[in-house]
Design a protein around this ligand. Structure first.
Ligand SMILES: Cc1cc2nc3c(=O)[nH]c(=O)nc-3n(C[C@H](O)[C@H](O)[C@H](O)COP(=O)(O)OP(=O)(O)OC[C@H]3O[C@@H](n4cnc5c(N)ncnc54)[C@H](O)[C@@H]3O)c2cc1C
Length: 460
């Protein structure tokens, strides 16, 4: 019966429909995180909003679990589902920049790299994450933080409008003038409310930046983390800079004498000239010992946005945990140092991304994304190319997180959660916004059709 339904569906679908066992299925089902191995029944790679509407109706009417896939980067693989339907936006990658209005209309299958490429030609950009292959859709719908966030806010703070296919198959636009409650929910509430087919983002004048990594040997990590903690709140908002604990990967372009060495990393992007960037960083760097590496330089913004793409390519094992952090007391730094010393693989990492500046100027209730009083979004990621090390990186991540979790603010960035963290974590993340989100879930998706996500249950 379902076979007949799919055959009939294919006749009116402009994109590509791939069933289990058909050519292209293995490639189409593969996710960024190789630890997740899901086998959907059917993948519908939609060409446009009409295809998405038909796909939603098909999934609902045939009782299929539905996953929505943007860039397929999600840690727990929530862009796919076993034995169900994947509505895949990967063929919808158009970007239209309006340089006069300083906006970009972005189709939901775009990667960050697609958006940066299109907007950079106009000397414009919108805040997003730090790896260009990440899907703009999943990243944005749960927040979206990156180098530009201190100055221009989260991706959702720059989201003006979204086109959405709802659970009943209808198409609506969410903006401040139409369905404004839906826009509120989409600004942080994830894929709970419908399939977004396109976004309208605000753009800012960003072109050449002074950016790159600076790294010190691990023995200096304590003093660097302390100095960074004290420096960041007073630093100009043009400076996006995160601190990390990790190892140097044993390959080019890293100098061989550092291969495998544990380091403390400061990764910065200054939106402005080299001279101004050096001046902004001086109060921090002048206090610190000389680094082992300083690769900062002037570059186009898309270059820093894709600087880590080669290191963190698709197909590795990932397990991660996050927390929002307000303060970083010395005891917390000690716990970080102790856990980082046990890093089981060269690629595993801990990063603290700044959540301040413009992000703090938006009210906690103004968007679904509630953790506006955090100072950092922390991620601990166990990463390794080999499936043999999956257990080791998972256990390291969990142990590390247990050790530093007592210093958290409550809740974590949904984009840094796995799917084994429980509803209480999600409630803590959304805080006082949870009841409104739950009520809007009931309004827009009462049967919880879109539940393959960090799920917000419809209110009873
Ligand atoms: C290497 C790496 C680096 C990262 N760096 C950052 C960073 O710097 N900053 C940051 O904020 N995050 C970062 N992330 C996290 C990233 O934001 C999440 O993994 C995000 O979920 C990826 O989005 P996606 O579209 O690729 O995911 P997918 O796996 O395709 O989708 C994830 C979820 O998003 C929802 N979704 C996707 N598309 C749609 C849509 N069109 N409509 C409705 N719902 C949809 C669905 O619920 C889906 O379950 C990083 C992730 C990785 C792997």
């Amino acid at each position: 019966m379902r076979e007949d339904a799919i055959a009939k569906f294919k006749q009116s679908h402009r994109g590509i429909v791939i069933q289990r066992g058909e050519p292209g299925y293995e490639e189409a089902r593969t996710l960024f995180n190789a630890m997740i191995d899901k086998r959907p029944l059917v993948i519908m790679q939609c060409a446009n909003a009409a295809d998405v509407m038909a796909a939603v109706n098909f999934g609902r009417d045939n009782g299929l679990s539905i996953a929505i896939r943007g860039g397929g980067h999600n840690g727990p693989g929530l862009g796919s589902v076993d034995d169900g339907l994947v509505i895949d936006l990967c063929r919808m990658r158009g970007v239209r920049v309006d340089p006069a209005a300083r906006t970009a209309r972005v189709e939901a299958g775009c990667t960050q790299g697609d958006v940066d490429h299109a907007t950079h030609a106009f000397g414009l950009a919108t805040p997003a994450g730090i790896i260009s292959t990440t899907g703009i859709a999943g990243l944005t719908l749960s927040g979206g933080h990156g180098y530009l966030s201190r100055k221009y806010g989260l991706s959702i703070d720059n989201l003006l409008e979204a086109d959405v296919v709802l659970a009943d198959g209808s198409f609506v636009t969410a903006s401040k003038d139409q369905n404004s409650d839906l826009l509120w929910a989409l600004r942080g509430g994830g894929g709970n409310f419908g399939v977004v087919t396109s976004f309208l983002f605000k753009l800012h004048p960003v072109s050449m930046v002074y950016a790159g990594p600076i790294a010190w040997p691990q023995e200096h990590a304590r003093v660097i983390m302390q100095a960074y903690r004290d420096f960041l709140p007073k630093a100009p908002e043009e400076l996006g800079a995160f601190v990390g604990l990790k190892k140097v990967v044993s390959s080019a372009p890293f100098p061989q004498e550092f291969w495998g060495a544990r380091i403390c990393l400061l990764m910065s992007c200054y939106d402005g000239s080299e001279e101004a960037g050096k001046k902004a960083l001086a109060p921090l760097l002048d206090k610190l010992p000389p680094p082992a590496l300083n690769w900062m330089g002037t570059m186009p913004y898309p270059a820093v946005q894709s600087m880590f793409d080669g290191l963190y390519a698709k197909g590795m094992q990932w397990y991660w945990r996050g927390d929002f952090v307000k303060t970083l007391p010395d005891e917390a730094i000690e716990a970080h140092l102790e856990q980082a010393a046990k890093t089981p693989s060269e690629l595993s990492l801990m990063h603290l991304y700044p959540i301040d500046g413009a992000v703090h100027r938006v009210g906690k209730g103004d968007t679904a994304w509630n953790c506006r009083d955090a100072t950092w979004s922390m991620v601990i990621a166990g990463i390794d190319p080999s499936a043999k090390n999956a257990k080791a990186v998972t256990q390291w991540t969990k142990d590390y997180w247990e050790a530093v979790h007592p210093f958290d603010l409550g809740g974590a960035y949904p984009n840094f959660m796995m799917d084994d963290e429980g509803e209480a974590r999600l409630r803590a993340t959304y805080g006082e916004n949870y009841p409104r989100l739950s009520a809007l879930k009931k309004k827009y998706d009462p049967a919880n059709l879109f539940r393959v996500n960090q799920n917000i249950k419809p209110s009873v």
